[in-house]
Design a protein around this ligand. Structure first.
Ligand code: NAI
Length: 467
């Protein structure tokens, strides 16, 4: 056996590397096994980080093209240098993945490159890129293998023309016609990037709404805004196949409830129909671990798969989000070290990094209605917020939902510029069990966008002041 550890973590994404850092901080002898060349997982390599680098750059391009003149700024001819835009994205990824490697060293975590496989209690085999294998002995195994994109029958992903997030952040030219399958987070974010750079974007969505999981009212307003920006939505439609021709792609669609089929032309198709846990070849069965029908690893209370075997992040239940995986990782390290580790999945915020952004935490109105919980709502539009007006960014609103009897905040839903940052205020408030009145009576600086949160909170008791 090559070496023995207190903890061996399989997977170097946000779940795995944060677990490793926390385990290192707590004095545990820790190893992390990652099959990619770099640490950081989907998030840093092909997900959150590169997509945000492209979202930021493409938004600046769009603003320069469409909004500068209205603010009294004249430019010469605006041109896109896609290769340079991609290079700055890659630089952001490299900087951050190098940063994770540094953090491993700083916290005395041993990094093994290769595919990790459980070969029994307390044993992880690592198959390195050179074909050699070694077995690590360990007291605890943490599975943090994440997820992979789901696909659809009749669709062959090639990451050039028919792409997942991986191909969609690395296209070599701006497609003339882009079809998105799925109006979820990935579709809307990456669709926004390419629309801003000049693509004509059609979104095919199986449901009769966009953004499943978001509050209905937010999703409806977001759809209207994205439509104004140029997205063409085909809701209640399913894709039955994508034919690859030399001249382009033919996307076959038909109504989800049955009806006449149709085809759409495309140069590129982004398949963004969700993700599934990545547990292939993991050797879960050697320790008595099980997955459900969707491949989600079954855990008992607090991340436990079996004695000395734990699982965190996208491969277990709960939202498939980097920050949820990070919290899982830290909690498991603490549990292994004999401390109390816990994550409240009801307070994991969601952010969609479109323009405007969409963010929420806690329950939606439809969830509260379904649960029979009596609630009050306070709302405030950015149109009435002074900072949003001076910035010419008035789309969207804030909505706060509070328990009708106790006034405790149960949910917060926002659409507007910068709400991805602003949602943190509500996460803290809700973590402390705040009432809407607590937020309403907290002084917020003027003029700021966050005043809209305060005004919405005032609205719960009907004393909104700036409208
Ligand atoms: P998603 O679950 O957000 O959306 C998938 C959409 O595809 C749904 O609206 C679904 O109804 C639709 N769909 C499924 N089958 C279909 C079919 N046959 N035809 C048409 N539509 C179909 O999944 P997405 O966007 O792929 O994202 C995957 C995961 O990554 C999610 O868990 C998401 O939360 C996460 N993610 C989070 C980001 C963020 O936090 N900003 C950014 C990107 C991804």
């Amino acid at each position: 056996m090559a070496d023995t550890f207190d903890v061996v973590i399989i997977g170097g994404g946000p779940g795995g590397y944060n677990c490793a850092i926390r385990a290192g901080q707590l004095g545990l002898k820790t190893a992390i096994v990652e099959m990619r060349d770099t640490l950081g997982g989907t998030c840093l390599n092909v997900g959150c980080i590169p997509s945000k680098a492209l979202l930021h750059a493409s938004e600046l391009f769009d603003t320069a093209k469409n909004d500068f003149a209205g603010m009294g700024i004249k430019t010469g001819k605006l041109e896109l240098d896609l290769a340079a835009m991609m290079a700055q994205k890659e630089a952001a990824v490299k900087g951050l993945t190098d940063g994770v490697a540094f953090l491993m060293k700083k916290n005395k975590v041993t990094h093994f490159q290769g595919k990790g496989k459980i070969t029994g209690a307390a044993k992880v085999e690592v198959a390195g890129p050179d074909g050699k294998t070694q077995t690590l002995g360990t007291k605890h195994i943490v599975i943090a293998t994440g997820s992979e994109p789901s696909s659809l029958p009749g669709i062959e992903i090639d990451e050039e023309r028919v792409v997942t997030n991986t191909g969609a952040i690395a296209l070599k030219s701006v497609p003339e016609k882009l079809v998105l399958i799925g109006a979820g987070v990935i579709g809307l974010e990456l669709g926004s990037v390419w629309r801003r750079l000049g693509a004509e974007v059609t979104v095919v969505e199986y449901l009769d709404r966009i953004l499943p999981g978001a509050d209905d009212e937010i999703a409806k307003q977001a759809q209207r805004t994205f439509k104004k920006q140029g997205f063409d939505f085909k809701l209640g439609q399913k894709v039955t196949g994508v034919e690859k021709l030399a001249s382009g792609l033919k996307v076959s669609i038909e109504p989800a409830k049955g009806g006449d089929a149709a085809t759409l032309d495309a140069d590129v198709v982004i398949v963004s129909v969700g993700r599934r846990p990545y547990t292939e070849g993991l050797g879960l069965e050697t320790v008595g671990g099980k997955t459900d029908k969707r491949g989600v690893i079954e855990t008992q209370d607090h991340f436990k798969v079996a004695d000395g075997v734990w699982a965190i992040g996208d491969c277990i239940h709960g939202p498939m989000l980097a920050h949820k995986a990070e919290d899982d990782g830290a909690a498991v390290a603490e549990l292994i070290a004999g401390k109390a580790g816990h994550v409240d999945y009801d307070l994991v915020p969601s952010v969609v990094y479109t323009s405007p952004e969409i963010a929420w935490v806690g329950k939606t109105e439809q969830e509260l209605k379904k649960a029979g919980i009596d609630y009050k709502a306070g709302k405030f539009p950015f149109m009435a917020n002074s900072r949003a007006r001076t910035n010419h960014q008035t789309d969207g609103f804030v909505k706060i939902l509070a328990d009708a009897r106790t006034d405790r905040i149960l949910g917060a839903h926002m659409m507007g510029i910068g709400v991805g940052e602003m949602i943190g205020e509500l996460c803290v408030a809700m973590e402390f069990g705040a009432a809407s009145e607590d937020v309403a009576r907290t002084c917020h600086a003027h003029p700021t966008l966050s005043e809209a949160i305060r005004q919405a909170a005032m609205g719960v008791e009907g004393w909104t002041m700036q409208m």
